[in-house]
Design a protein around this ligand. Structure first.
Ligand code: GRF
Length: 196
């Protein structure tokens, strides 16, 4: 699992993996580019191995990506789950983990890709935004969509209240998706993901 920030989605996945014997996936490593971030502390509290790969230790994205992928492989992981990981991986990651990288994004893609989805939805004035879980491909916030759920925007929302409502949905749906993925129920067919 790759995270850079608070790791609340990581926590939801840790809780799901430890709380239900039929979850079917084990988090074997939490890797971050941000030393000391809360996600790493959550992993340590749960007894999960951690690693830091610092962006500044690498000359370019390719080198950074290679170290991230090496660490993931060394941990014995077959797939990567991104949650608030703020670095863009090079296409090398897709080559090494084809159809095996998931991401969660706080909008209904293709609306509001990028790092500012929540404030951009607010300032655009949309009445509905939401959550997208997708497979990662070579473009940012672009790969085949696994699941989307809408979240209403209230008249008095600010960034914090809207993001909190979005995260309530994230924490419910991401474990469902990871469980389905681990069970081999998600099949990529072009841009579409078929659930079986
Ligand atoms: C989430 O809202 C996710 O959609 C976005 O970054 C945020 C990460 O939050 N990609 P957290 O670190 O899991 O609390």
């Amino acid at each position: 699992m790759l995270a850079s920030g608070s790791g609340s989605n990581l926590q939801a996945l840790l809780d799901a993996s430890t709380g239900s014997p039929d979850f079917g996936a084990e988090i074997v490593l939490v890797l971050s580019d941000v030393p000391g971030c809360k996600a790493l502390a959550r992993a340590e509290d749960a007894g999960v191995a951690t690693a830091v790969v610092a962006w500044s230790d690498h000359p370019d994205r390719e080198s950074f990506t290679n170290e991230v992928c090496d660490r993931v492989e060394q941990a014995g992981a077959s797939s990567i789950v991104l949650a608030g990981f703020m670095r863009i991986l090079s296409p090398e990651a897709i080559r090494r983990f084809p159809g095996r990288i998931l991401n969660i994004h706080p909008s209904l893609l293709p609306a509001f890709p990028g790092a500012h989805a929540v404030p951009e939805a607010l300032s655009y004035g949309v009445k509905l935004t939401g959550v997208t879980v997708h497979f990662v491909d070579e473009k940012v916030d672009h790969g085949p969509i696994v699941l989307q759920e809408e979240v209403p925007v209230m008249a008095d929302d600010d960034e914090a209240t809207l993001h909190s409502r979005i995260q309530d949905v994230e924490h419910r749906v991401y474990p469902e998706v990871v469980k389905a993925f681990a069970a081999g129920r998600l099949h990529i067919d072009g841009r579409k993901v078929v659930w079986t």
